[in-house]
Design a binder for this molecule. Sequence first.
Ligand code: HEC
Ligand SMILES: [Cu+2]
Length: 359
Amino acid sequence: MDHISPVLWQFLQKWLTHFALFPPEASKIAPEMDALYFFMALVSLVGLVIVVLLIVSFSILYSKKRHPKAVQIEGSTILEATWTIIPLGLFLIMFVWGALLYFRIYTPPANAMNIYVVGKQWMWKAEHPGGQHEINALHVPVGRPIQLTLISQDVFHSFSIPAFRVKREAIPGRYTTVWFEATTPGTYHLFCTQYCGTNHSQMIGDVVVMTPDDFKKWLEGSTSGNSLAQDGERLFTSLSCSSCHNTRPDARGPSLANVYDSRLTLSTGETITADDAYLRQAILNPSQHITQGYAPIMPTYQGQVSEEGVIALVEYIKNLDSDYRVQQTLNTTDLVPESPAGKAATPGKAPAAQKEVKP
Ligand code: HEC
Ligand SMILES: [Cu+2]
């Protein structure tokens, strides 16, 4: 909102926030969303004033007292073109402006830190890559793009942080994403904005924006001892995935190392990108897409793994390199510069073959 006087803007903003008409602007996109919002409000207001003025002045000017005898006025092309073209231009400005913002909000930058969020009646559960779990709370660092990968365990929910001007549906059976970059440390509201049953109004929580140092401390203090990928690794063994997906040459399933984000060729000849959604489907509904060169022998895990379990498995597969082991990342790697960067730095790890369940 640089085009109106900063003093006036600050005054207006304070006033609106004070009367709870306007949430604080705490993300990078928030001021830009508000600029569009106030532009639309202003255009509507100007339109309203013009229409009201015309109604009042016409009813005085052309009243029966002044004009007892009606006179027909023929149309004016110029006038009609004007009142068509000007609003059309204004609406097109709103459309292009809104579309540009929309694409920015729903396209996370490549360097965004991913946090999974699972909605269920009636709570929000967040899963950090370092294995930190939280309920009805979300801790994030300031000044860092955060991507949320959302899914619902039951019905439709909608995840909303008004102070960040961010909102996205959490849909059963499908991952959706949204991203933001928080600009101001503090605590903000978190809502479910889609009516989802009796206790919908209690499906709320706090987003805590912390300085990078505080966030690092929080990560260290909230760890369960295992990263999300390591939780996935355990599930991978306990669900016997490793009996088919392993490093042996006669393995019955394809190698899952480096499969994430790669192009797979299916038995139908189609190719498909192995993204989060694809991996989820491959686990819950394996017969839907059969990878070329393999028999459709993989059993479905529908009903055997919770959404959080699937998330852990997906995170494990994402981090998988050739030896089917994942490193112990209790923190988000690039926030902790002193931790060893490479996956080679995991001394004393058992070789993959030792953890096989079957000979
Ligand atoms: C009985 C053997 C078997 C078991 C057990 C098994 N899979 Fe599979 N899996 C396969 C085969 C064969 C394919 C390739 C054919 C297909 O796409 O269904 C496959 C495909 C996949 C794919 C798609 C990637 C690709 O390259 O095709 C993923 C992801 C996957 N499995 C994960 C898992 C997970 C996670 C588990 C455990 C929860 C598991 N699998 C258990 C045999 C198995
Ligand atoms: Cu809800």
